[in-house]
Design a protein around this ligand. Structure first.
Ligand code: UDP
Ligand code: MG
Length: 336
């Protein structure tokens, strides 16, 4: 397997509006780097013309372009993992397709890698997103910092570079729910961060609904820490002790003062409070148990429909334990 210096991995989901502009900026930026490179696009089951546009781009630059086509929507991080498993680069760079991460910044990430770092994170100089996203992500950053050992100033930016050692470790993981920048950080020997530019989405709209964002953040928190569970049991113990003392006081009063009707509502209040806590706890347990369930099933994490790449045919079986290929999967002939 002939390796290249840099592999750029880009997940694509319904990005037909922005892909032409991405191609126009990405390839010149990479050509200017004067390093051998490959771009791996992973189409995450787009329902628009993204796959066709990627095929066209593959025909245009088959020497440096590879395309993995998923047969459904498996999520941004699964798409990146599929790219990681196929990448031949000594160094990998991830990038969003929507041009929020300027491709011209890749050179600066690589310069930091040249200094001997094996993971280069990024901090968005001026984030170009809605105010809600801005504050929500600030809050999540803070929470993550408290409960995990992962040190990232800005966890949300996907413009990052990973060394081969880190990528191999990520590929060895069999996690079904994961957050790649955080996972990479846990494997990195000499991580660093640089400040990068951030632009507003060039076209199209965000693929993350509020629900998907919440799911992603749950992956981040529960994937890297069991502290929520532990905190919960500590809290549960404290509450039970208090409740026990309270019941004891009530029992004494029952003997000394006799039956009291007043205070029933206080009791209700306390009962509801405890029920609320119990429900949160069950939900939290569910999050972890759900992940265990997904993990033990060992289902393929994603399904590849086809792979377009230059010098060989459907060299995809090496990831067979991880991704399932369609029985008749083959590399389709380039479109004319
Ligand atoms: N994406 C994906 N699968 C998904 C959702 C998103 O591959 O299910 C890709 C999307 O095409 C883009 C990147 O992940 O390249 C980031 O998505 P987006 O820009 O919509 O997220 P935001 O910038 O709003 O956080
Ligand atoms: Mg975006």
């Amino acid at each position: 397997m002939n390796s290249v210096q840099v592999s750029v991995v880009i997940p694509v989901y319904n990005e037909e509006a922005v892909l032409p502009a991405l191609f126009d900026r990405l390839y010149p930026a990479l050509d200017a780097l004067d390093r051998s490179y490959e771009v791996i696009f992973v189409n995450d089951g787009s329902r628009d013309r993204s796959a066709a546009l990627l095929r066209k781009q593959f025909d245009k630059r088959p020497d440096v372009t590879r395309v993995v086509l998923f047969s459904g929507n498996f999520g941004q991080h699964m798409a990146i993992l599929a790219g990681f498993e196929r990448a031949r680069g000594e160094c990998l760079v991830t990038l969003d397709a929507d041009l929020q991460n300027p491709p011209e910044e890749i050179g600066r990430l690589l310069a930091a890698m040249d200094e001997g770092h094996d993971y280069v994170g990024s901090i968005r100089r001026q984030r170009q997103d809605t105010a809600f996203r801005h504050w929500a992500s600030k809050a999540m950053n803070l929470l993550r910092e408290r409960i995990t050992r992962i040190k990232m100033t800005d966890q949300g930016c996907m413009l990052r570079a990973y060394g081969r050692n880190v990528v191999n470790a990520i590929n060895a993981c069999r996690e079904s729910n994961t957050y790649i920048p955080a996972l990479a950080y846990t494997f990195a020997d000499r991580p660093t961060e640089i400040v990068v530019e951030h632009e507003a989405r060039a076209a199209g709209e965000s693929k993350y609904s509020l629900y998907k964002l919440i799911r992603l953040n749950f992956d981040l928190v529960t994937g890297f820490s069991v502290l929520p569970l532990q905190l919960f049991s500590l809290f549960g113990i404290a509450i039970s002790l208090l409740a026990f003392a309270f019941v004891a006081v009530l029992a004494v009063r029952r003997v000394l003062v006799g039956p009291e009707v007043e205070g029933v509502f206080t009791l209700f209040g306390i009962a509801f409070f405890l029920i609320g806590i119990a429900l949160i706890g069950i939900g939290l347990l569910g999050e972890y148990v759900g992940r265990i369930y997904e993990q033990v099933r060992q289902r393929p994490r994603y399904m590849v429909q086809a792979v377009l790449e230059g010098d060989q045919v459907a060299r995809t079986s090496h990831a067979a334990t991880d991704s399932a290929e369609h029985p008749g999967s083959h590399v389709p002939p380039p479109l004319q």
